[in-house]
Design a protein around this ligand. Structure first.
Ligand code: NDP
Length: 322
């Protein structure tokens, strides 16, 4: 089968197409033929070596496909079932071995690209909005990179929970997308200042969801209302340097958290609960997931370049047949 391998850390050029054996499912696992593979920002951190991983490895952690073979003890699954998964290493490949606990059945009407990119970003938006902060209905929240994969879903969930949304983005086209998803105010850089955010939120926002990191952290902190919540969930522009706790005091006794998805889907029960709510929203149309670009599996390097150059909106997928 074809897969993408990383033998050394580096830029997108280290994503190398290779031919390797189709893996064999063990107990509690299934073999899936991938029909679409999700691309996420975390894949770029692992590629660069920001997060440690033994070399060589096959990147990617989510996708969708059709069950081809079932391992011993993988009882309730059938060859031919359409499934999606996340948090399964080695997903940039034509075949993936996945633990049955990671699999979510894909209903008819949800296409392969949406299925392949709904879980990691959808579950992230879900836990961020539900469980990481102290804003309540009617409060204003700030979401950075609102036109991105996680950003688009966060805007919609924030609106549905009754928050007023201020969001930031880099181009007029992306701003239009954010407005269409229900954002109340969209600020373009360099107009996305704490002063503007404070004006639009009656003195400061209750929560900031910041997935950009280094470039926006200071402005995000300065945008908070007294006792607000700073939810730093990513580092698209680079990691935030160490923070002196005294800054939280000076910002108005604010709360800072740096959450990660794995801790919010640590039990299968929690994973399934969040996944079913995300899937329900996608199926009933209340949560719109937009697939912004599709590349061939062999073009994984191009996909990473596009993502890291801020050239994309919504989610990105790889087509394993190319
Ligand atoms: P996005 O689609 O949001 O892409 C990143 C966006 O960040 C860009 O489109 C760009 O939007 C913005 N950006 C601002 N500054 C920069 C910069 N210097 N370089 C690159 N991009 C920049 O990606 P994802 O939806 O995949 O991920 C969003 C964030 O969420 C990432 O930081 C990711 O690590 C994080 N994440 C965290 C999880 C967690 O549990 N903690 C789980 C999943 C994702 P614009 O052009 O509008 O400024």
């Amino acid at each position: 089968m074809r897969a993408i391998q990383i033998a050394e850390h580096g830029g997108p050029e280290v994503l190398t197409p290779v031919e390797i054996d189709v893996p064999v499912p063990g107990p509690g696992e299934v073999l899936v033929r991938t029909t679409s593979v999700g691309v996420n920002y975390i894949d770029t951190y692992l590629r660069e070596g920001t997060y440690p991983r033994d070399l060589p490895f096959i990147p990617g952690s989510e996708g969708a496909g059709v069950i081809e073979a079932v391992g011993p003890d993988a009882t309730d699954l059938v060859v031919g079932d359409r499934v999606a998964w996340c948090q399964v290493p080695g997903s940039y490949a034509q075949y993936v071995v996945a633990p049955t606990d990671s699999l979510v059945a894909v209903p008819e009407g949800v296409d392969d690209d949406v299925a392949a990119s709904m879980l990691l970003q959808g579950l992230t938006a879900h836990y961020l909005i539900s469980d990481t902060h102290r804003a309540t209905e009617g409060d204003t929240v700030l979401i950075t990179a609102g036109a991105g994969g996680v950003g688009q879903l966060l805007i919609q969930l924030a609106v549905s929970r009754g928050f007023r949304v201020v969001t930031t983005t880099s181009t007029a086209e992306k701003a239009e997308l954010c407005r269409a998803l229900g954002a109340d105010h969209v600020l373009l850089y360099p107009d996305a200042t704490p002063e503007r955010v404070r004006e639009l939120s009656d003195g400061g926002v209750a929560t900031v969801f910041d997935g950009v990191g280094k470039d926006t952290f200071d402005a995000s902190l300065a945008s908070l209302a007294r006792r607000g919540s700073m939810v730093l969930f990513g580092a698209a522009s680079g990691p935030v340097p160490p923070v002196d706790p005294q800054r939280l005091n000076e910002a108005g006794s604010v709360f800072l958290t740096r959450p990660t998805l794995a801790d919010y889907i640590a039990s299968t029960e929690e994973y399934r609960e969040r996944a079913s709510e995300v899937l329900e929203g996608i199926v009933d149309g209340s949560l719109r997931l937009s697939v912004g670009a599709r590349f061939g599996l062999s073009e994984a390097a191009e996909a990473h370049r596009a993502l890291q150059s801020r050239g994309t909106t919504g989610s990105l997928v790889l087509d394993p047949t190319r």
